[in-house]
Design a binder for this molecule. Structure first.
Ligand code: GLA
Length: 731
């Protein structure tokens, strides 16, 4: 009878239950995934199931059948504690570890209550409250399920009422278990200008840890996301795969541990390295959000889940438009004056882009920003380069007919700056050792509220003085070095965490005051790209490496987790072996910009670029808001192809690139995806060089969606570094 009532409650959707010793099931579902937890009679919480969504509600009762089996019972293999504390009968990596006031290091959580609320037709939040029976410590687990997008995000809150602070030294955002024969992990690693390189390995007994200790430019070597193949190496269009990412702009850690029975636990959260946290009584430690999706049709579908969710719920102005731009960084570096900038503004207009973006080098007087060795921190316009100030530049842009955006790096300081002279106590650096500099700069101590005010003030002052500014590029070029916060004094173990929280406080204030200001997140290229930061940024800079060939790999990598709308890609003069058409065709796939002077183009090239920008503007909604399909991998072939299909399936843009074809290589047709098999589509090559016609036999013809997806098109050629952009329109 009890079971029936429980099932009835589950069917009704939202329910609130108070759990005592009574066993209970908690179901967290999306349209395609189920996560089932159960509370044992002793109150301990276990994960019973995680996988494809179950068809019949009545089947849930089967999980209740063995819900009474705690860890160590005959069904121990299925008794995975959902959020295990240290020191219990689980001998593997815990989700939570606390040193209590009496020095005891064990924590065993039991469930107090669970409630599921429907926030709207698509989103439901499950909140599970747990406590330790011996120590006054409480943990609340949150699960937010997005039905249509098949995304679940989870985080936890830790609080206590012991007399003195406790030390929390493990604080996972979430823990998931898998029971499969083999597990394959795809990680994304890199360095400056070598972002998101994919590699896959099979997990064996023991632990594999992916983490970072860089503090601020945290993702420079490894990225806060991963893929887990549950029935083989993760594949694009088939197989069960988990894709997970952590919303944390600092040190993160993913732990994959295969235990003695061959089961896998996946822990995600802040990296506890050098960060045992002193939590005061009543204070709440909120972990970052771990966001995951499970797909039964490979990584392609899982990526589209992420993209849809990000545009709908996470990314700043996720559903809005994006501005195309011309940036002066690679065109001028630090060497510019008003005349040069005004010329570039006119060039921006003639290209047809929306905005001119002024990069590094516009500020500081006592120690002018002539190079990267001085001036960071002094956000006053450099009077010798720009005697008429920023207001004049905003006006010039207006006159030229484009918007004006500006670069800042407000979390950093050069020792050669007035800010450093005035506030050496605002800088993270060691009082008793020689200072080590990364790009000649140091990181400001963002855990200090006075520094937060200052950093917010940088944006606020620029905006107050120049309300016409339409865009910011916010950079962060150094990891935390010389790890010592003058503000925290003897509490250095809080530095990494408090620093990131301080950064968020600033981001929050900026967003609250300037909610519709588009902003690009940059970190010496793409070393900051996580979904917490992206609440405050409309896009991020993928890499300082703008060689189009390298970009094909980098964009391929990021597209696993981020919608192309959030990925800034610029046409530059890197790799002169690649034509301007090829460079533009690569950047077209993402949020398009230029970082090149038109003087580097001949007439034909300029006309080509103008045409490409016009095409981009015309097709922007399909490119930026469509469903993204990775068709041919540059990792597996000498070519690559991707496509974006609009939600109505009546328009698509297809991109094909020949990278380095081999002599006599067999060129295979490419099967398209995402179209409606019953619709008829016209195929047309666009972005052609002025005066030239398409050499593609299919261009101008019509095909059924069925044919295009089954037989495919011969998109590739034997020409080195060549590209084609194809517009597909329902007839
Ligand atoms: C970083 C960014 C670049 C550029 C420079 C300016 O390297 O990634 O795009 O803004 O800083 O110094």
């Amino acid at each position: 009878m009890k079971k029936k009532i429980l099932i009835a409650l589950l069917i009704m959707g939202g329910f609130i239950s108070t759990l005592s010793a009574e066993q209970s099931l908690i179901r967290i579902s999306t349209d395609e995934t189920d996560l089932v937890l159960s509370v044992a009679p002793d109150g301990r919480l276990y994960q019973r199931y995680l996988g494809r969504r179950l068809l019949y509600e009545t089947d849930l009762a089967h999980f209740a059948d063995y819900a009474s089996t705690g860890a160590g019972g005959s069904d121990a293999a299925k008794a995975w504690e959902a959020y295990p504390g240290s020191g219990a009968e689980d001998y593997f990596e815990p989700a939570l570890a606390v040193t209590h006031n009496d020095g005891n290091m064990t924590t065993i959580l039991t469930c107090v209550s669970s409630e599921t609320k429907k926030l709207n037709g698509n989103v439901a939040e499950t909140i599970i409250r747990m406590k330790d029976k011996v120590y006054p410590i409480e943990v609340t687990l949150h699960f937010m399920a997005y039905a249509k997008e098949n995304i679940i995000k989870t985080w936890s809150e830790i609080r206590h009422q012991e007399k003195k602070p406790v030390t929390v030294w493990r604080y996972a955002s979430g823990m998931l278990y898998f029971e499969n024969a083999r597990y394959f992990l795809t990680e994304f690693s890199g360095d400056w200008a070598k972002e998101v390189h994919l590699s896959t390995q099979e997990l064996q007994f023991g632990k594999k840890i992916m983490d970072t200790k860089l503090g601020s430019r945290a993702a420079m070597h490894t990225y806060p996301f991963f893929e887990l193949g549950l029935d083989g190496i993760p594949r694009e269009n088939e197989g069960d795969v988990l894709m997970g990412t952590l919303g944390w702009t600092g040190n993160f850690q993913f732990t994959f541990e295969v235990d003695n029975t061959g089961n896998l636990r996946v822990l995600s959260g802040i990296n506890p390295y050098a960060s045992a946290y002193e939590l005061k009584p009543g204070e709440v430690f909120v972990t970052p959000e771990f966001i995951f999706t499970i797909s039964a049709c490979g990584t392609g579908k899982a990526s589209r889940n992420m993209h849809d969710w990000a545009r709908e719920y996470q990314l700043k102005d996720g559903k809005g438009d994006r501005l195309t731009l011309l940036n002066n960084w690679e065109a001028t570096y630090f060497d510019f004056d008003e005349k040069k900038l005004e010329e570039l503004m006119r060039e921006a207009k003639s290209l047809g882009v929306d905005m001119f973006l002024l990069d590094d080098g516009w500020f500081a007087n006592k120690y002018p920003r002539e190079n990267d060795r001085a001036g960071l921190g002094d956000w006053e316009v450099n009077r010798s380069k720009l005697p008429n100030g920023i207001p004049h530049l905003v006006q010039s842009a207006q006159k030229a007919g484009v918007k004006f955006g500006i670069w800042i790096e407000p979390e950093m300081v050069n020792p050669k700056s007035e800010l450093f002279e005035k506030h050496p106590e605002w800088v993270i650096r060691l009082p008793n050792r020689e200072t080590y500099y990364f790009r000649n700069q140091l990181v400001l101590d963002l855990g200090n509220p006075a520094v937060q005010d200052y950093v917010f003030g940088v944006v606020d002052k620029i905006m107050t003085e120049n309300p016409g500014i339409a865009y910011f590029k916010w950079d962060c070029n150094s990891p935390i070095t010389n790890v010592y916060s003058p503000y925290l004094k003897e509490k250095q173990n809080q530095l990494y965490i408090d620093h990131v929280r301080g950064v968020y406080r600033v981001f929050e204030r900026v967003k609250a005051k300037y909610p519709s200001l588009p902003m690009m997140l940059c970190s010496g290229g793409g070393a900051r790209c996580d979904y917490e930061a992206l609440k405050y940024f409309t896009e991020f800079w993928c890499s300082d490496n703008t060689d189009p060939i390298e970009r094909l790999y980098i964009q391929w990598g990021y597209s696993h987790f981020f919608p192309v709308k959030s990925m800034a890609a610029h046409v530059t003069s890197w790799n002169k072996d690649a034509s301007l058409k090829f460079r533009t065709d690569v950047a077209m796939m993402c949020k398009l910009g230029f970082d090149i002077s038109l003087k580097e183009m001949d007439e034909k090239e300029l006309a080509y670029c103008q045409g490409a920008v016009a095409n981009y503007n015309r097709l922007k909604r399909v490119i930026l808001d469509g469903d993204f399909y990775r068709l041919v991998s540059p990792y597996e072939t000498n070519h690559t192809a991707v496509m974006s299909v609009c939600k109505e399936k009546n328009k698509a843009v297809l991109y094909a690139y020949d990278i380095h074809p081999r002599f006599g290589e067999k060129l295979l047709p490419v099967r398209l995806q995402g179209l409606d098999p019953a619709k008829t589509y016209k195929i047309e090559e666009i972005n052609l060089l002025p005066g030239s016609a398409s050499r593609m036999r299919f261009s101008g013809k019509t095909y059924s969606g069925d044919y295009l997806m089954k037989a495919g098109l011969n998109l590739f050629t034997a020409n080195r570094i060549s590209s084609r952009i194809i517009e597909i329109t329902q007839q």
